[in-house]
Design a protein around this ligand. Structure first.
Ligand SMILES: Nc1ncnc2c1ncn2[C@@H]1O[C@H](COP(=O)(O)OP(=O)(O)OP(=O)(O)O)[C@@H](O)[C@H]1O
Ligand SMILES: [Mg+2]
Length: 467
């Protein structure tokens, strides 16, 4: 059969095979296999041109494997024999001992010295360099002009298929990127809780770049939502907000990250930064609102305490004011504890001890005051009520009671018990003041508990309420 006919068949066969798929990796492997077969060569190497790095990157081989875990061999146009063909936009052919040619470029992870000949041609898509490919033979071989033409013809034909497959791959990546980003913004907009958003971001990152592991490192170095495991390769992408770095998105893989994956991580990191700041802003907004709400509540409590005090008859105004000051300071003590503890719950033992010191000093009392306090915590708003109750009862014990004062804070079958005892005979019922009415109101309405003032060989004021 006429050489030209055979070549035409080889050409059409190769094109048909290459055009049977749009998957870039498959297209490139088909090119390598089919070209080696068409040229009856022992090996074929297919390089793609990476415009960004101005490099020809080896993407597929037939005859000699590339060590998967190593960096892909790459050369600049004009470098190596194949690079020269790419730069000169023309075939380069060496019949034998190609590795001795001064242009020959050796790659540690690509065994080529066993090959004699090389025929390299550029892959041009509409005059633009898209890549290059070469065929090698183990024995010396003088490729004939029509074979060189055939290889160039195949290269010209597959150029389009490669460009289409590249465009398709780009489109797929963009879709994956948009899907990942859509998932993130959905998670961020749906959840009020920063934590949930962070978790969604890390999970989406894992899926989007097939990571072995991912995590967010926050500004204070805390690692948020670590997923999976460390890999051979890690990429740390900064989270930037208004030029300030507010964290890092860390992703691990067992294979090198591609430039596209790095670009996707950049995009995800940008969304993560927005989510983080957005979440914090919401939190700040929520917090600010909460704080104003609490301040309003407390000021209203103070106002009702003062109103209550103002209604009391035949009380010494100075003493009444002092008592009001102590009540307001009791409320302030709770918030001092809340700011220090950053938690929503208040450690009562600490609060009671703080109030005891404040009241003993405030009243200038020299009475012995002992305390036995168990570790109990209470939500902020109930702690305020308990602080007021405690300060009323301790004031009473110090002002109206006698002898040593004993403070107890303990748990009893799921309830919290606060008792203030002194050695005095207790109230003689002659005087009803504001203090005990405040105590009864708060214990009833805020703590949903019971209050008892018993006098048997000393006075014991006891408050019991559900924890
Ligand atoms: N531990 C106590 N020992 C003896 N008497 C007490 C004790 N606690 C309260 N009382 C008596 O009960 C009365 C009412 O107490 P309450 O706390 O309501 O008013 P107050 O302490 O007199 O003034 P304020 O309204 O400023 O507290 C007191 O005046 C006092 O006579
Ligand atoms: Mg009192």
């Amino acid at each position: 059969m006429e050489a030209t006919e055979r070549h035409l068949r080889l050409l059409t066969e190769t094109i048909a095979a290459v055009n049977s798929t749009l998957d870039l990796e498959e297209v490139l492997h088909l090119v390598a296999t089919k070209v080696a077969h068409a040229l009856e060569a022992d090996a074929c190497f297919v390089y793609l041109y990476d415009e960004r790095s101005d490099e020809l990157v080896l993407r597929a081989t037939h005859g000699t494997p590339i060590d998967a875990m190593t960096r892909r061999p790459r050369m600049r146009p004009g470098e190596g024999i194949t690079g020269s063909a790419a730069a000169e936009r023309a075939p380069v052919m060496l019949p034998a001992k190609a590795h001795l040619d001064p242009r020959f470029k050796e790659f540690p992870n690509l065994r080529e010295e066993q090959y004699e000949s090389i025929l390299a041609v550029p892959i041009l898509a509409r005059e633009k360099l898209a890549g290059a490919l070469n065929v090698r033979t183990l024995r010396p071989r003088e490729f004939r002009p029509e074979e060189i033409e055939l290889l160039q013809a195949i290269a010209d034909q597959v150029a389009q298929s490669i460009v289409h497959a590249q465009l398709y791959a780009q489109a797929q990546r963009r879709v994956a990127e948009l899907e990942a980003l859509a998932k993130i913004s959905e998670a961020v907009s749906e959840s009020l809780y920063l934590e949930e958003s962070l978790e969604a971001i890390v999970k989406t990152t894992m899926d989007a770049v097939q990571a072995t592991g991912a995590a967010l490192v926050l500004e204070d170095g805390r690692i948020a939502w670590p997923e999976g495991r460390a890999g051979a390769y890690a990429v740390r992408t900064p989270l930037r907000w208004k030029r300030r770095q507010i964290g890092e998105l860390v992703a691990d893989k067992d294979a090198p990250f591609t430039d596209d994956e790095r670009a996707l991580l950049e995009a995800i990191a940008h969304h993560a930064a927005v989510a983080l700041e957005h979440g914090r802003a919401v939190m700040r907004g929520v917090l600010a609102q909460e704080i104003h709400h609490r301040v309003k509540n407390n000021l209203q409590t103070v106002a009702s305490l003062l109103r209550l005090q103002a209604r009391a008859e035949d009380v010494d105004p100075r003493e009444a004011l002092e008592h009001s000051v102590n009540r307001i300071l009791a409320i302030a003590a709770v918030h001092e504890a809340l700011t220090e503890q950053r938690e929503e719950d208040v450690e009562l033992a600490e609060l009671i001890d703080r109030l005891r010191a404040m009241l003993v000093q405030g009243l200038g009392s020299d009475r012995e005051v002992a305390a036995r306090l168990e570790q109990v915590s209470l939500a902020g708003n109930r702690a305020t009520a308990l602080a007021l109750v405690f300060s009323e009862l301790l004031q009473n014990a110090l002002e109206h009671g006698e002898g040593a004062v004993q403070i107890e804070l303990s748990r009893r079958d799921g309830d919290i018990v606060l008792a203030i005892a002194d050695e005095g005979p207790g109230p003689d019922g002659s005087h009803v003041g504001t203090g005990l009415s405040i105590v009864r109101a708060l214990v009833g309405d805020e703590l949903h508990g019971t209050f008892e003032l018993r006098s048997d060989g000393g006075t014991r004021a006891e408050v019991v309420f559900p924890a």
